[in-house]
Ligand binder design. Structure first.
Ligand code: IVH
Length: 713
């Protein structure tokens, strides 16, 4: 039994959410599922709806709640936010040391701290009595912009410090070196932290992990939207959005490394202790920092990271070598905006200029045309680069990139090399402006453009370039996962006329493969077996494999769950499809369009004949509903529900036999109402549709919950 007062319960819940947020975003080691987390947050919001007087800026519910701003207010930093002088190589670093040694001989005995120099956006975070109250950009170092509402959406930023452990805290993972255990085992208890300053201002770097950046771009590309150029631009662009909802949708994270200002409390006197202290308070801090007693060891450590910088998982353009003794560092002062007590030891450059010989166009699996640069081969940190992406046709015209131009190219980590822009100053007049193609370079069919998208498409389903990509995608890991069918073999199969669409894979005979170059008995047998086995993959994988525009793994799983078979999905209208969360009008239209094309219908018939026709076990079909207490009822959801997420509400209703649609009509049985409802409430009232709350819904199903969302006895 729970003896706590409602207020205590609310405070405990807040603490629990802060803690789990910390485990997820800072430690990379969640201890509960996303669903459980969503439930805790929903419970908190339900309590806040009853007790709006309890809500403060530090509540986890306040992360994404702010309305768009007109402009950013200016913020004066409590002291200048300094920059760093650069050192290019060990000798530069030694020269820096000599310079400061001459100024103050204490330098000779000081230790050094070495940290990654993150290529992100510098941010300044203010805490009053442990509560996050303001966040600003660096601006000119004196005055920045107030981006508090945006920073609040960044999960790695604690809204309240210290973050306190709740039972079952994890041993921590390390975001710099995934898989390694860090020194810090769990958030500190307040007793280990004496005298938290009443006012504390810290500085950190906001950025995106490279894998998150790439996943974001892939999502944008699949939706036909403009992709971001690099992780740094994405971080900067996302934080300078006037609408915090957009920032919230970007996978930003943060590492902190400096105390800018502290009032009414003690702060550590060394950089090393500062990092430890910040970590103990619950801030995300790099685990790649090390302390050394002499400069040569610090340089050696920096050089090891120059070789393995890609292992950081984010872009770093060097390591910062800092004097550990912060009082000494402060006494040394600065030159311009660069403090003398630290130096940025830059990694070898990853940007070079070379000439752009030609612009060619790649045809993607979905028919998207992507321009790329054919370059005069050039070495960038040990790799010869001959091709670089040009993102999209708008980018070429915005940057005025011309064939024959000298261009600046960057290759960073695992990111595909990309053209940054032209160097117009060295033009000779022989450069030629670029005109995008009107026809597909592979099949010569006219290209098409869809309203509201930046991409141009080849919509010819028989386009040979698309066929290669389609099959490549069809057999890929996240799709049907057919091992042993690499791109070379795909090209061979197409060139020999053995495969004209993905379904032809299933009629391939071993004898046919044996006639191809490089195939012996075993290899042919294995491939045939792998193809056969793929026929048993679940429906969601086949749906992903078909390469329908906008249907990635997540949407495919939803479609499989909802429709249960390709037959049912083929019958679905755009309206049916839009009842699914995450499917808007564009994706819905894309799906309907895909099934309406004769070419695709032919492929489907061939797949059916080859018995590649998985049916998902538990369809919760739109149209053909499950029996249950809600059978025959149509629901529309508006606002934030107390305990259920949107997806959770849909699942709940479908599990009980009902269906969920997107818009209120006369056919709607109930409007399920949450906090901050939209215009659907008006419409329901106008049409006389009955409005119910989550509790009523449970009652309709014969289940009940108490005011805190807990099942009552
Ligand atoms: S220390 C006095 N440490 O690099 C302290 N800066 O090019 C001066 N940066 O403006 C900064 N990672 O935005 C420091 N570990 C790190 C850093 C770092 C990234 C950025 C910072 C600074 C820029 C200088």
């Amino acid at each position: 039994m729970d003896h706590s007062t409602p207020r205590q319960h609310y405070d405990d819940l807040q603490q629990k959410i802060h803690f789990h947020n910390h485990c997820y975003h800072v430690l990379d080691a969640p201890v509960i599922s996303d669903l459980e987390f969503d439930r805790l947050l929903a419970e908190l919001k339900a309590i806040e709806a009853e007790h709006p007087e309890w809500v403060t800026a530090a509540s986890p519910s306040q992360r994404a709640g702010a309305a768009p701003a007109e402009r950013f207010e200016k913020v004066r930093h409590p002291r200048p936010i300094l920059s760093l002088a650069n050192a290019f190589g060990a000798d530069d670093a030694r020269a820096w040391f000599e310079r400061i040694r001459k100024l103050d001989d204490r330098v000779e005995t000081s230790a050094f701290v070495v940290e990654p120099k993150i290529d992100g956006l510098s941010v300044v975070l203010h805490y009053r009595d442990g509560v996050f109250v303001q966040g600003a950009t660096r601006g000119d170092g004196e005055i920045g912009e107030d981006i508090s509402a945006n920073l609040r959406t960044v999960g790695a930023i604690p809204l309240r410090i210290p973050v306190q452990a709740v039972a079952g805290g994890p041993a921590t993972m390390n975001r710099d070196q995934p898989g390694q255990l860090s020194i810090f085992k769990s958030p500190a208890s307040p007793s280990t932290l004496s005298g938290l300053p009443a006012y504390l201002v810290v500085r950190g770097e906001a950025f995106l992990m490279i894998r998150d950046f790439e996943a974001l771009n892939q999502r944008l590309e699949e939706a036909g939207e403009k992709t971001y150029l690099n992780p740094r631009n994405t971080a900067a662009g996302s934080l300078r959005q006037l609408d915090p909802a957009i920032t919230a949708a970007r996978p930003l994270t943060l590492l902190v490394y400096q105390v800018i200002h502290a009032q009414g409390g003690d702060v550590p006197g060394s950089q090393w202790e500062t990092l430890e202290w910040l970590k103990a308070l619950g801030f995300p801090v790099t685990n790649a920092a090390r302390r050394f007693s002499d400069l040569e060891s610090a340089i050696a450590y920096t050089e090891t990271w120059a070789k393995r910088r890609d292992e950081l998982g984010y872009e770093a353009d060097g390591m910062v070598i800092k004097l550990d003794n912060l009082a000494l560092s402060a006494d040394l002062g600065f030159v311009g905006k660069d403090p003398r007590g630290a130096v940025a030891f830059k990694f070898p450059g990853r940007e070079v200029t070379t000439s752009l010989k030609e612009i060619r166009v790649n045809v993607g699996r979905t028919g998207v045309l992507t321009p790329y640069a054919v370059l005069q081969p050039v070495e960038i940190s040990g790799v010869i680069v001959e091709r670089a992406t040009l993102h999209n046709f708008d980018f070429i015209s915005e940057k005025d990139i011309r064939t024959g131009d000298r261009v600046l190219v960057k290759r960073a980590g695992e990111v595909i090399p990309y053209v940054i822009g032209p160097v117009p100053g060295v033009r000779t007049g022989a450069e030629r402006p670029y005109v995008p193609p009107a026809t597909c370079p592979a099949c010569r069919q006219p290209v098409e453009h869809f309203a509201g998208e930046v991409a141009w498409y080849c919509v010819n389903a028989a386009c040979p370039a698309q066929l290669v990509r389609n099959i490549e995608h069809f057999v890929s890991r996240s799709a049907l996962d057919i091992r042993g069918l690499g791109i070379k073999i795909v090209e061979q199969l197409i060139a020999e006329g053995l495969v004209q669409d993905v379904a032809d894979l299933y009629t391939l005979q071993k004898e046919q493969l044996l006639e191809l170059e490089g195939f012996a008995d075993k290899k042919a047998e294995n491939l045939i077996q792998a193809i056969r086995a793929s026929a048993n993959q679940p429906l969601q994988r086949l749906l992903t494999a078909l390469g329908i525009r906008g249907v990635g793994e997540v949407v495919a799983a939803d479609l499989a769950r909802t429709f249960g078979s390709l037959d049912a999905l083929a019958e679905a209208s755009a309206e049916d499809l839009q009842t699914l969360e995450g499917i808007g009008p564009n994706i819905a239209a894309g799906i309907v369009d895909w099934f309406s094309r004769a070419q695709n219908q032919k492929v489907l018939e061939k797949l059916r004949a080859a018995r590649v026709w998985p049916v998902s076990r538990q369809p919760s079909a739109v149209g053909g509903q499950q029996p249950g207490p809600l059978a025959g009822m149509a629901f529309v959801v508006t606002g934030t529900l107390p305990t259920l997420s949107r997806e959770g509400a849909r699942e709940f209703i479908e599990q009980h036999g009902g269906k969920v649609t997107d818009s209120v009509s006369k056919k709607t049985s109930y409007l399920l109402l949450g906090e901050n409802p939209g215009s659907k409430l008006e419409k329901a009232r106008t049409l006389g549709v009955e409005v119910i709350r989550e509790d009523d819904l449970r009652r309709l199903c014969g289940l009940e919950k108490d005011a805190f969302g807990r099942p009552s006895k």
